[in-house]
Structure formats: structure tokens, C-alpha cells
Design a protein around this ligand. Structure first.
Ligand code: URA
Length: 254
């Protein structure tokens, strides 16, 4: 291949979203043999995925068997039915303090989270930390009243940060529900549309934000996702109102 062909090939890769080279030979992780790929191959291309393998039931059984957070993390790590795992560098399970009164649920890891193995550590995460610090909450605080616990609907980075697919959210929901039950927070903050869809079965964050709701027996406060606030700084005003509402609710409940 000559220089111009190689340059064109590289430009094509960049246009397709490749943002770094990690090995001499590229691995197509989506083509690797996974339980889902094997089931698809065995059942034939026309069989609906729901009939090929009941990933949701498998997730439910795995989640039910976890009696603590370490067990749940191990169960998620061992779960082979979600194809996102194939493309991700590592599992992003949670960060913060398990005794926290407030549990934040985001969407899915991005590039920085995938590299560091912790949720909300990139630019959006830095804004999230700054926002919650304004009302005295942080992921590092040892005291339950000042602490945060942070996780996502999906524990693996979707390729090129695409939106989660309904099937991916559905199969990871049993783990999320078990996660909430084990942390047992006083309040859940649903960050952005996908967290609202997963927890409340509703989308439309512009209408939902700031309106207290309930899911899995817990009060839920939908808020704008910090990545959205980075793109639309004028919405920070609403986010501040929501933080004050959260602070008031925590004081009420203490
Ligand atoms: N966005 C999310 O929703 N979660 C993360 O962990 C990072 C960015």
C-alpha cells in the first residue's frame, strides 16, 4: 500500500470513530465467539434474539445470587450475554461510598471511564463532582450524610459512546435493581434520559427533571446529565435548582 492509500485508510478509520491504536493487529471483538454469537449461529439468522437466549432471565438469576456488593460486581463481571463487554476495556461497576444516602445513576461509561474503571471520571464527571460539592456531597466523604455512591445503567462502554440499546438496558436491569437494593440509599438521582428510561420507564428529561418520582421503592430525582450541561451551560440554572431540592429533601429526611 502506498503513502496516499495508507493516509486515506487512516482517515477512514478516524472518520469511523477510531481514536487510538492499541495493537499492531486490530481485533474484531464483536466477531469473537460469545454466548450470544454462538446462540445466534445455532438458531439461525431469522430467529428473534429473545428466543435464542433469555439473557434477562440469566441476569436475574445471577443478580439474585449476589448477597453483597463484591458478589454483585463478580456476578456482573462474569455475565457473558451483553456484547458490550466484548468491546470494552474493563468493567465500570461503581465508585464512592456504599453507605451513602444518595446514589447517582448515570448512563454508561465513556472513554475515560473505560480506561480508568470508574464511573464519571471524565469531563462530565468532573462537573458532576463540582456540582454535588456545592451542596456538601462527595464520593470521597466517609460520612454517610456527605457521601455519594455512583454507578451507571450499563457497566461497559458502548462503542463510540452510542446510545444504549433497549435490549442491553433490559438485560442489565436485574443487576441495577440488585445494586440499588444492596446499597439501599435514601435517594436516587437519575442522571439524564437513559437513567430515567431505565428507572422510571419514561424519557423526556426536560420535562422530568426536578420532579420527584419513585422507583423500586425509593424517591428518584431526575436531573440533566452533566454532559448535557457542558453543551448547554444555560441549563445549569435548572441543575442548581435540582441540587437545592435534593439538599432540602435530605434535610427533611434526616
Ligand atoms: N456519562 C455517564 O453517564 N456515566 C459515566 O460514567 C460517564 C459519563
Amino acid at each position: 500500500m502506498g503513502f496516499w492509500e495508507m493516509k486515506a485508510a487512516l482517515e477512514w478509520q478516524i472518520a469511523m470513530g477510531a481514536d487510538e491504536a492499541i495493537a499492531e493487529e486490530a481485533i474484531d471483538r464483536y466477531a469473537l465467539e460469545t454466548p450470544v454469537a454462538k446462540a445466534k449461529a445455532a438458531a439461525g439468522p431469522d430467529t428473534p434474539i429473545s428466543q435464542q437466549i433469555d439473557a434477562v432471565a440469566a441476569a436475574q438469576a445471577a443478580a439474585d445470587s449476589a448477597s453483597d456488593l463484591a458478589g454483585l460486581e463478580a456476578a456482573v463481571a462474569a455475565f457473558e450475554h451483553c456484547e458490550l463487554k466484548q468491546g470494552a476495556r474493563q468493567l465500570v461497576f461503581a465508585d464512592g461510598q456504599a453507605q451513602a444516602r444518595v446514589m447517582i445513576i448515570g448512563e454508561a461509561p465513556g472513554r475515560d471511564e473505560d480506561m480508568q474503571g470508574k464511573p464519571f471520571v471524565g469531563r462530565a464527571g468532573q462537573l458532576l463532582d463540582l456540582m454535588f460539592r456545592q451542596i456538601g456531597l462527595s464520593r470521597d466523604a466517609p460520612d454517610a450524610g456527605a457521601a455519594l455512591y455512583i454507578t451507571n445503567v450499563l457497566p461497559w462502554r458502548p462503542p463510540q459512546n452510542r446510545d444504549p440499546e433497549p435490549a442491553e438496558m433490559a438485560m442489565m436491569m436485574p443487576f441495577l435493581h440488585r445494586h440499588i437494593a444492596l446499597v439501599d440509599p435514601d435517594i436516587i438521582v437519575a442522571m439524564g434520559n437513559h437513567a430515567c428510561e431505565a428507572l422510571l420507564g419514561r424519557k423526556g428529561i426536560t420535562r422530568l427533571r426536578g420532579a420527584w418520582s419513585e422507583a423500586v421503592g425509593k424517591p428518584v430525582l431526575p436531573m440533566f446529565h452533566p454532559a448535557y450541561l457542558l453543551r448547554s451551560p444555560s441549563a445549569k440554572r435548572d441543575a442548581w435548582a435540582d441540587l437545592l431540592s435534593l439538599q432540602a429533601r435530605l434535610r427533611e429526611k434526616s
